[in-house]
Design a protein around this ligand. Structure first.
Ligand code: ST9
Ligand code: ZN
Ligand code: ZN
Length: 333
């Protein structure tokens, strides 16, 4: 039976592993057996969504109106920001603060993305960083590309995720009434925001057919999903490690392009509190950083956390794989 361990931080720091090793008794960390309990409801749902989504992509090039496709691309970006600038950088890592209007906007964008409520998403993500690539990591990349990409959503979680996850402090998110509201009414808000409204809008605003409006929106949804999942799979497997060669997360340009700047994953796992999740110049393949910077300019986002050049340089020298200078990771644009 695992003890109820309280790890007193929602914000993750460089030496967390050492702290955890001291807090958690060794017997709790013992490798346990992996019993695969498939969740057929999810397997059928995701299979259906992917078939409908691919058909939606076909319709975009054949019968859908151009406005329907433009809307899908815009919603992909907005829902993506709800995950990157919202669930990930603002809430899971607290890498900056946001006023009420911005938190409301990000909550709407996040609900459009249907990646579970911010509270549930952040709990899994904090567990992912704390226990990265162990059985307690919900999408442990050591179990292969498929498991870390989507497989983890198709089966019951490993018992270590639940036992060790209990120690994650989530009180900061439960103090935000916007997030509590989203979590409580998720099963009403999510279907309306992610599926119903984006299907009805093209039908009523420019006379799109139901089939085109529905399937193109499903394509938009699975595009955001797969772009997000690639951070857990591809960016934990492929790419350079200029900041820490001892971990698997890597710098991956393709993932960054698809995931609005979230593919710079070696940097992110090394310095998880940086609101940019990368060292790169603000706007080069990091739309999410540009978005946060814009709101910082108008005063809606504030207390943006970052990492000093000195700290990065020291870390690169100490643990980097030697590609930092070769690839110009530190260049400003
Ligand atoms: C989706 C999420 O796709 C994707 C997240 C990706 C994260 C990526 C991060 C990378 C960085 C950011 C990049 C962004 C890029 C964006 C680009 C955009 C262009 N700690 O979960 P349950 C306990 S979602 C502590 O049901 P099962 C807890 O007591 C897709 N405790 O486990 C819980 O009860 P409660 C749509 C935990 O039964 C209880 O266990 N959503 C933790 O094993 C049961 O929890 C879906 O399809 C924890 N971490 O089921 C839904 N976890 O919650 C999919 C659990 O009441 N999910 N507990 O406290 C499910 O159906 C289920 O979760 C399951 C596991 C079948 C997978
Ligand atoms: Zn990761
Ligand atoms: Zn993170």
């Amino acid at each position: 039976m695992a003890p109820n361990i309280s790890i007193p931080t929602g914000v993750l720091h460089e030496n967390d592993d050492e702290v955890i090793a001291k807090i958690i008794p060794p017997e709790v960390v013992k490798p346990s057996e992996r019993k695969l309990q498939l969740v057929w409801k999810n397997i059928i749902l995701f299979a259906y969504l992917h078939i409908a989504g691919v058909y939606g992509l076909y319709l975009m090039f054949t019968s859908a109106k151009i406005l329907t496709s433009i809307l899908a691309i815009i919603l992909y970006q907005l829902s993506g920001l709800g995950v990157t600038a919202g669930a990930h950088r603002l809430w899971a890592h607290r890498s900056y603060k946001a006023n009420v209007p911005l938190r409301l906007i990000l909550t709407v964008f996040n609900t459009l993305a249907f990646e579970n409520s911010v509270i549930e998403w952040s709990r899994d993500h904090r567990v992912h960083h704390k226990f990265s690539e162990t059985d307690a990591d919900p999408h442990n990349a050591k179990r292969g590309f498929f498991f870390s990409h989507v497989g983890w959503l198709l089966c019951r979680k490993h018992p270590d995720v639940k036992s060790k996850g209990k120690g994650i402090d989530m009180s900061d998110l439960y103090e935000d009434p916007i997030l509590v509201f989203q979590d409580r009414y998720y099963m009403i808000l999510m279907p309306l925001t992610c599926f119903v409204l984006p299907t009805l809008a093209p039908m009523y605003l420019w006379n799109e057919t139901f089939r085109n409006a529905f399937c193109v929106n499903i394509f938009r949804y699975i595009l955001t999903l797969n772009s997000t999942w690639l951070v857990n799979s591809a960016a934990h497997i492929y790419g350079h490690k200029p900041y820490d060669r001892y971990i698997n997360p890597s710098e991956n340009l393709t993932v960054s392009l698809l995931a609005l700047g979230e593919g710079w994953h070696n940097y992110h796992h090394t310095f998880p509190w940086d609101y940019k999740t990368s060292e790169l110049g603000k706007y080069s393949v990091n739309f999410s950083a540009a978005f946060i910077d814009f709101f910082a300019k108008i005063g809606w986002a504030y207390e943006l956390k970052t990492v000093s050049e000195e700290m990065i340089r020291k870390r690169v020298e100490r643990t980097g794989d030697g590609t930092h200078e070769v690839w110009g990771w530190g260049d400003k644009d």
